[in-house]
Design a protein around this ligand. Structure first.
Ligand code: TYD
Length: 423
């Protein structure tokens, strides 16, 4: 059996945001000035009480109170103010597929470590998670030994600090020092790592050379003009990024050179005489190029491709708005899409009246946005029909709420679907 044991902080996840926020919280509660960025950075790694005394000039009793205050916030929210490094999900999926045994040996207490892994939907990848549990000592080599199975053919320890490398060597297994965490190259090389990996991709190359890349996912976002797609794309991207999904954006019509050129023609206000069928074919033509040049390669590279509009827009705007009919639009688009459809589609739900109000506030309108309200009313009706036909694929969110609330609801549902698809 091939085994790999990971350190958590600085190797799988980046935990400083939660640490910084909790130090700030403790300082404020106890009436100390808010520490600057350089001071906050020093808190990552050493024991908390030591840091409060050493870096903020507290006496022992005050530092103990600060630790208690810190924990008050940490156990509830700070723990989850954490990010999975980009590429980690791809690394874990690749290892699992190749049949590796995967463990964690962390200096973080075992309970919180398990909760973090669970929170990010990563539990399924790990055979064993080991961290200090109260009375038991926390020497890294002991943790690593406990995380390993009884017998193995090949084993590696992957970590970002010298303690991880020294621990791995003490256990007699091979070691990878990662350069994207909290330690630097000199520290890891001096500790004697067998492989120095500046990026997550280098870890993949070291452990699974030549392994097939697990498929990513294709998501689209739809809605009437003025539904707030751009804001939501940014919010949902941040959420996916936090969970370690590698997100790539694109848009339709457009997304690559040829399709952006077609976009110019489509949205040009001077092209008033464009026939509806011409318009539908042009949207499909732009899509054909985009599917092949951008969407498929991104998904094949393990990315989550988030596309601002896709074929549903054609069905709604040309099928409904232009009254060409749903089936005709699907027929025109069949060779363009050629079976490539989004795993999930976010629909930002506003009605055509709200869309009109929001469009009137915009300074410039493109050829489609300038259409009469009746056009947008038909577009809305066609969207509703699409959602009714395919309720599983659509994530429908009331887009008249605050951007933060919409973002929260979208993120929750999108993340759940992405994690489910990884299983
Ligand atoms: P969009 O990029 O959302 O506009 P903006 O960047 O100005 O917010 O979309 C451009 C317009 O094209 C929009 O009004 C919807 C329309 N459209 C269609 O009519 N059919 C399609 O297939 C697509 C993709 C877009």
């Amino acid at each position: 059996m091939r085994c790999v044991i990971f350190d958590l902080d600085g190797t799988l996840t980046q935990s400083e945001e939660g640490i910084f926020n909790c130090v700030r919280y403790a300082a404020e509660k106890l009436g100390f000035p808010c520490p600057d960025a350089a001071t906050l950075h020093k808190f990552v790694g050493p024991p908390l009480q030591y840091s409060f005394q050493e870096y903020m000039g507290m006496d022992e009793a005050m530092a103990q109170r600060a630790v208690t205050t810190y924990r008050e916030r940490y156990t509830v929210v700070g723990l989850f103010e954490n990010r999975v490094y980009p590429g980690i999900r791809r690394l874990l999926r690749t290892l699992k597929r190749e049949g590796w045994y995967i463990g964690i040996a962390t200096g973080k207490p075992q309970g919180p470590a398990e909760r973090i892994i669970q929170h990010f939907g990563l539990s399924r990848y790990f055979d064993k998670i080991v961290g200090p549990t109260g009375s038991i000592g926390a020497e890294k080599d002991w943790l690593i030994r406990s995380a390993l199975p009884e017998a193995y053919d090949e084993a590696w320890m992957v970590g970002d600090r010298k303690f991880d490398i020294e621990g791995g060597k003490a256990v007699g297994i091979r070691t990878i020092g990662v350069g994207y965490g909290y330690g630097d190259e000199a520290e890891l090389r001096t500790a004697g790592c067998d492989v120095y990996a500046p990026t997550v991709q280098d870890v993949i190359d070291a452990l699974c050379p030549g392994a097939a890349v697990p498929q990513g996912a294709f998501l689209s976002i739809e809605g009437l003009d003025g539904s707030g797609k751009t804001t939501q794309i940014n919010l949902i991207t941040d959420a996916m990024d936090r969970y370690g999904f590698e997100v790539q954006h694109s848009r339709e019509p457009g997304g690559c050179k040829v399709s952006e050129a077609i976009r110019q023609v489509l949205l040009d206000v001077n092209n008033v005489g464009m026939d509806g069928v011409t318009e539908a074919i042009l949207y499909a033509a732009a899509r054909a190029q985009h599917v092949r040049e951008v969407i498929r390669p991104a998904v094949a590279a393990g990315k989550v491709l988030l596309c601002d509009r896709f074929v549903d827009s054609s069905v709604a705007y040309q099928g409904g708005g232009r009254q060409l009919g749903v089936q005709r639009i699907l027929d025109i688009n069949a060779p363009a899409v050629d079976g490539t459809l989004p795993m999930a589609t976010i629909y930002l739900d506003i009605d055509h009246e709200t869309s009109l109000k929001r469009r009137s506030a915009a300074s410039t309108l493109d050829r489609i946005e300038m259409e009469a309200d009746s056009f947008h009313a038909r577009t809305e009706a066609a969207y509703r029909e699409l959602i009714e036909r395919d309720p599983q694929r659509f994530i429908v969110v009331d887009a008249t709420q605050t951007p933060e609330e919409i973002g929260r609801q979208v993120a929750e549902q999108v993340l759940a679907r992405l994690m489910e698809a990884e299983a």
